[in-house]
Design a protein around this ligand. Structure first.
Ligand code: HEC
Ligand code: HEC
Length: 330
């Protein structure tokens, strides 16, 4: 009996030591920096580049839904082009994340960022100081030309003095960084220099994956790390605790052309375009319907073509919208 107790004490002591080592490890490595390449891209003053950047920011890229004070959300949804002064905040288990001010203000915005540092944040999800951003922004495969367009537009905005508190990682978030579960995100292939804008399937693939985050929301993901764990575009991502959702929760629907499980079964191209042009139906839905309503018909045709070309993946969600207080499965 005595020896059993001794063993138990040793086990407890070793376990405590392990826990202490892990805490020390996490505090040492939880804010570590990474060596991601600095893209050799330079902002331009060309009016066509700035116009393309503005379209991407307020339209398909929907940067304004996050990089904005939350009380301005309704105005942004209605199409107001307010400078990206930052402010959206999301408190989830890995931390409290805040979308920073992206206007050229020197104290509170991107005034001191180089073009390369801005492009690196967008392409590799790395902060100016080299630490990792949480993967909210799936722009890794965006073309050089479109990143240049976006940073050219960002630089063209009036500087707005709006201090946004820094993101704070929880112990879980720091552990994920320390263990390498959160770090820079890399393009799937060498990003294209430019992409031809047309109503083609190829352009649709580019918009759905590299700009509009259709894949990011319509695929099941690990909520602790953001990792993709379900079939692409088959839905199932649970979205709750969003401060903008008025207490509602959502499960993204399957948008692959699956004959029984896909939400777009029997949708013609015209139905799809009409759905996008008519904006939000569900109060609090995280899908940026307002921003997508300004997408051009040509771009929507391309996205429709691409979605129709996908491998039909199973996954049916009889309910995708949950009222405040209603239990969300999963
Ligand atoms: C879903 C919300 C969301 C969308 C959409 C979004 N961002 Fe962000 N962005 C964030 C958050 C949150 C952070 C900070 C993340 C963190 O601290 O880990 C951030 C950080 C950044 C940074 C890093 C700035 C710095 O201080 O290091 C840049 C640059 C940026 N975003 C640009 C963009 C651009 C350009 C777009 C659109 C093409 C965009 N974002 C769309 C939420 C978003
Ligand atoms: C921020 C997350 C998010 C993004 C980004 C997003 N969706 Fe959604 N989507 C949802 C959620 C949640 C729903 C269910 C609630 C609703 O209909 O608003 C939804 C619903 C839909 C529906 C069904 C609408 C209906 O009336 O039945 C379609 C089709 C759709 N999304 C396609 C897309 C496409 C295409 C893109 C990219 C251009 C996209 N989504 C981007 C979250 C998102």
């Amino acid at each position: 009996m005595k020896s059993f107790l001794t063993i138990l004490k040793w086990v407890a002591a070793s376990f405590s030591l392990l826990v202490i080592c892990f805490i020390v490890f996490v505090s040492a490595r939880g804010g570590r920096t990474f060596e991601a390449p600095l893209p050799d891209l330079i902002a331009s003053k060309d009016s066509a580049a700035i116009a393309r950047g503005k379209y991407l920011v307020y339209g398909p890229g929907h940067c304004a839904t996050c990089h904005m004070p939350m009380e301005k959300f309704d105005k942004v949804e209605a199409g107001a082009e307010i400078p990206l002064m930052g402010g959206w905040e999301l408190a989830i288990p890995p931390g409290t994340f805040r979308a920073p001010n992206l206007t050229p203000d020197h104290e509170t915005g991107i005034g001191t960022f180089s073009d390369g540092e801005l492009a690196r944040a967008i392409r590799y999800s790395v902060r100016k100081d080299g630490s990792a951003l949480f993967p909210f922004m799936p722009f890794q495969d965006m073309s050089d030309e479109d990143i240049v367009a976006i940073i050219s537009f960002l630089r063209s905005q009036p500087p707005i003095d709006n201090f946004v508190e820094e993101t704070e990682l929880s112990f879980m978030g720091k552990a994920a960084v320390a263990l390498g579960l959160i770090g820079p995100v890399y393009p799937t292939t060498t990003p294209p220099r430019a992409v031809k804008i047309d109503s083609t399937l190829e352009y649709g693939r580019y918009v759905a994956n590299a700009i509009a985050n259709c894949r990011g929301c319509h695929t099941t993901r690990d909520l602790k790390t953001g990792a993709f764990i379900g079939d692409d575009f088959a839905g199932g991502m649970i979205m709750k605790d969003d401060p903008m959702a008025h207490g509602y929760s959502f499960i993204s629907p399957n948008i692959t052309p699956h004959p029984t499980d896909g939400v777009m079964t029997n949708w013609s191209e015209a139905t799809f375009i009409h759905r996008f042009k008519s904006g939000r139906i569900h109060k609090g839905s995280p899908m940026p319907w307002g921003a997508f309503a300004i997408m051009t018909e040509l771009e929507l045709k391309a996205v429709y073509r691409y979605l129709q070309s996908l491998e039909p993946a199973p996954g049916k969600f009889t309910k995708t919208v949950f009222a405040p207080g209603e239990a969300v499965p999963g």
